[in-house]
Design a protein. Structure first.
Length: 475
């Protein structure tokens, strides 16, 4: 129950198509409400002596009907009967309250904008996704809070939600005919929404969605799907909206060593978690076994999340995994992530390119072969006018720097190493090809870390989110 002193605002969804709605006011306050009403197909009448330019354009386009007059009682008594709603939206609170009193006396719902006391209804913050409408209200107590909540909800709503809602609407009669039993019908809808069907409908693939729905109605097992998702360099705030959506809908997740716990916390709580992490000379699960596990789980009907640090297609072996999935006939999606070079360099304040000194950027892996040798394009890497981003190169850092000098770069060429980039415990060391290996060893730098080589290191700017003072304390 609400507190005794709180008004009892009751949320409803009101049909406005072709309904008369009177808006009193011809300026920006009225415009905001009129745009909302027009989006719901209302017939909007505007009572105001004059209109601002935006409302004049709506009038000239035939979207609204203008009554050029003041809101006198006689005028209101003529216009109010037959209205579904009334908005008092002038910049004069006295006028708004007079309009509200007149409408309320006729039992017509009225909203005095930004003034809940004389209002019989208030307009919540709204989210539109086709047929889906979400309204957020604080009872007029905190409109800014309602807008902030709307922004947060919008951020996690999938873009194709309107397509999903329309598919469900269009399929209702078909499902009722095929499945008269109410309880079983509910289970079919739940299985559809929790599985591949909803994903297909959101992407606009209605044929696939309909096939999946029919399989569920026939009790035919449905093949699952694999999602190769890039989780970015570590900071959970760098997840894409698509990645977050899939993380919250997966049945199982196969995840790597590089993912921090607070990022994994974004995965659906009841999803089965399988650690397949890889460290130097120690693989929890070989790649071939990872591929087999993805296929096995998908064939059981699971939505399998293959969650990788950075981007799946940049030193993430995502290409090998989709080849295996294609050969096995398993549906899959690939969601790119912010790769370590972009994320770590940005958080360290080092530009990857710079007009004065770096017109290209080369991504390489410093992971040595089984025999300990590094097979890299040294001649190309030793050129000027570029930045080299080296992944997985911590253990080979002395050899990397020595080989770059041997192939032509000067010993005092700028270089940096970023440990645990984008995370709260990020550390950044800057030096040269000659000094960086010693600095890293003295500071006990470990994986994950990214090495940047090039004159861009001299252009480093420390942002307010990662100050020199914090960095000095960590070192």
């Amino acid at each position: 129950m609400s507190a005794p002193n709180e008004p009892g605002w009751f949320p409803i969804a009101l049909r406005l198509r072709d309904a008369r709605v009177l808006v009193v006011g011809g300026g920006g306050i009225a415009l905001n409400k009129i745009r909302l009403l027009l989006a719901h197909a209302a017939r909007v009448e505007v009572l105001a002596p004059t209109l601002d330019d935006a409302l004049t354009a709506l009038r000239d386009a035939g979207d609204i009907h203008h009554i050029p007059a003041e809101a006198h009682p006689d005028q209101l008594d003529t216009l109010l009967p037959g209205c579904r709603l009334v908005y008092a939206a002038t910049d004069d609170r006295t006028v708004n309250r007079a309009v509200a009193a007149r409408a309320d006396a006729l039992n017509i719902p009225v909203c005095a904008v930004d003034d809940p006391t004389p209002s019989s209804f208030i307009t919540p913050a709204q989210i539109h996704r086709g047929p889906v409408r979400i309204a957020i209200s604080t009872g007029g107590a905190a409109p800014v809070l309602a807008r902030r909540l709307r922004e947060r909800i919008e951020a996690v709503m999938p873009a194709g939600l309107d397509g999903l809602a329309r598919f469900l609407r269009d399929a209702r009669a078909h499902v009722v005919t095929r499945c008269p039993d109410i309880d079983r019908r509910r289970r079919v809808w739940e299985a559809f929404l929790d599985g591949r069907g909803a994903e297909a409908a959101q992407r606009g693939n209605t044929e696939t969605a309909r096939q999946i729905l029919d399989h569920l109605l026939d009790d035919t097992p449905v093949t699952g799907e694999v999602w190769l998702v890039g989780a970015g360099p570590g900071d959970p705030d760098l997840l894409t909206l698509r990645a977050l959506h899939l993380m919250q809908n997966a049945d199982s997740v196969l995840y790597d060593q590089l993912l921090p716990p607070d990022l994994l916390d974004r995965v659906r709580r009841d999803a089965t978690r399988v650690f397949v992490g890889k460290q130097r000379d120690r693989h929890t699960m070989p790649q071939e076994q990872i591929n087999a596990e993805l296929i096995r789980r998908a064939r059981m009907g699971e939505r399998v999340l293959r969650l990788k640090g950075g981007d799946p297609f940049i030193f993430g072996r995502g290409g090998e995994e989709i080849e295996a999935l294609m050969q096995a006939g398993i549906p899959f999606q690939v969601v790119p992530g912010i790769t370590a070079a972009s994320g770590c360099a940005a958080y360290a304040g080092i530009p990857l390119t710079h007009r004065d000194c770096a017109q290209s950027c080369l991504f390489v892996t410093g992971h040595a072969r089984k025999d300990g040798t590094l097979d890299l394009p040294w001649a190309r890497m030793a050129g000027s006018g570029q930045t080299i981003a080296i992944y997985m190169g911590v253990n080979a850092l002395p050899d990397l720097c020595a080989m770059l000098v041997r192939h032509g770069l000067p010993p005092d060429w700028p270089a940096a190493i970023i440990e645990r980039g984008t995370r709260p415990d990020q550390r950044v060391l800057t030096g040269t090809l000659d000094t960086l290996p010693h600095l890293a060893r003295a500071s006990n730098i470990g994986s994950p870390a990214l090495i940047l080589v090039g004159e861009v290191v001299r252009h480093r700017v420390v942002s307010s989110s990662f100050s020199e003072e914090k960095e000095a304390k960590r070192l």
